[in-house]
Design a protein around this ligand. Sequence first.
Ligand SMILES: Nc1nc2c(c(=O)[nH]1)N[C@H]1C(S)=C(S)[C@@H](COP(=O)(O)O)O[C@H]1N2
Ligand SMILES: [Mo]
Length: 455
Amino acid sequence: MDSELQMMGRLLKAPENFLDAKAVQQVVAEAKAGRRDFIRQAFLAAGTAAAAPMALAGNSAVAGDPNILELPAHSRGLGQSVATDGYGKPSSFEANVQRRPSPGLTQTPQSSVSFAPLQSLFGIVTPSGLHFERHHQGWWDIDPTKHRLMINGSDDKMLKKALVFTMDELMRLPAVSRFHFIECGANTGMEWGNVAVPSCQYTHGMLSCSEFTGVPLKILLDMAGVDYKRGRFVLAEGADGSSMTRTVPMELIESGEVFVAYGQNGEMLRPENGYPLRLVVPGVQGVSWVKYLRRIEVGDQPYGSKDETLHYVDLMPGGLHRQYSSIQECKSVVTTPSGGQVLLDKGFFSISGLAWSGRGKVKKVDVSVDGGRNWRSARLETPVLSKCLTRFNIDWIWDGKPTLIQSRAVDDTGYVQPSKKQLRAVRGTRSIYHNNSVQTWLVQENGEVKNVQVS
Ligand SMILES: Nc1nc2c(c(=O)[nH]1)N[C@H]1C(S)=C(S)[C@@H](COP(=O)(O)O)O[C@H]1N2
Ligand SMILES: [Mo]
């Protein structure tokens, strides 16, 4: 068994283990050797910030680019036959776009995290094969014909009749499909200390967003005849060896937002993400999205399970713990340019990033390119959905000087994402969870982008 606290401790000692840092060193070395064309390619392959078209246009035309003047083989011969392996894969040129476990953060491969490559993604949906993974005891590919979901009460008065559903029975019921983000409460946890991990994959990559499909939990509870006056909480339990159990307050279920999902981005859930059934608790930290969901118990008080008392509590400056701080507050991060990327030239760039709030919709994202002195509002790209990632973009001309880039989101409750200093004033520095403070990237004169902490 692990604790994310220990894992963070290990990370603090081993920041040099990150793969992205090496990739950056290579790109920078090539840049210094003046091999600019090669760099541009390496850059695209690395899925990092490509120079904008305006910066590239002149070069190709002047040099008489053979990529325009000569007919390539793929324009002269026969292409490949229709795919016979039946399930498509990304281009071979995208091989570097990968989930990455951090060697420094891993105690065992089963009790571990792999981070989503946010710096390589567009829009708001995380491709299922790149969705971050967090397992407490490894993942399973569970036979859906044998999987069951039980609904029971903590005593016989909590509901009329305990029920057991097969997957077939669940999939016959009225379904909803909704886009939501899922963020591990420990996302950005490394930044509580003064450790700046190198890339946004590692600072913010325990975050993903999918269209989930499933049945509102309220429908199942109604079928079981729950007494909602008495049953004010449920305990959700997973079928893996971690005995993952989390309390969910009944108000969230009565609102219709919580559902038991079998679908993810148009197909069944991936095994790593809980196949064949997981709980979706919009706006709430990832740990409550119980995977391999096998049981829902209705009770009259919070359960205080191991994952609600030993783990997933916030250590406050005075030594007390904050418990059941489940909502993921409003947060944002610039994904391009971000740590580990390299800007190849001065000139035009589109600063792009993600914003989200566990309380509703993102109302506004402001971006600063001078360390927080001046702010401009970014464009929010549609759709802007509740408890979902929102993509923002803003135009920027880099003058080639060192630049501090930040984003700050506001949600529709009026809540403003705090600076590191504001967050630490309330929460101290000993927490692991719920760090939603403003992230700063430093663009250095040589174009390398670094993670830095400013107050
Ligand atoms: N059964 C089970 N559910 C689980 C976990 C687990 O280890 N086992 N991990 C939790 C944690 S801590 C997180 S952050 C999310 C991660 O979901 P993902 O792996 O689909 O990204 O699942 C949660 N649900
Ligand atoms: Mo988590």
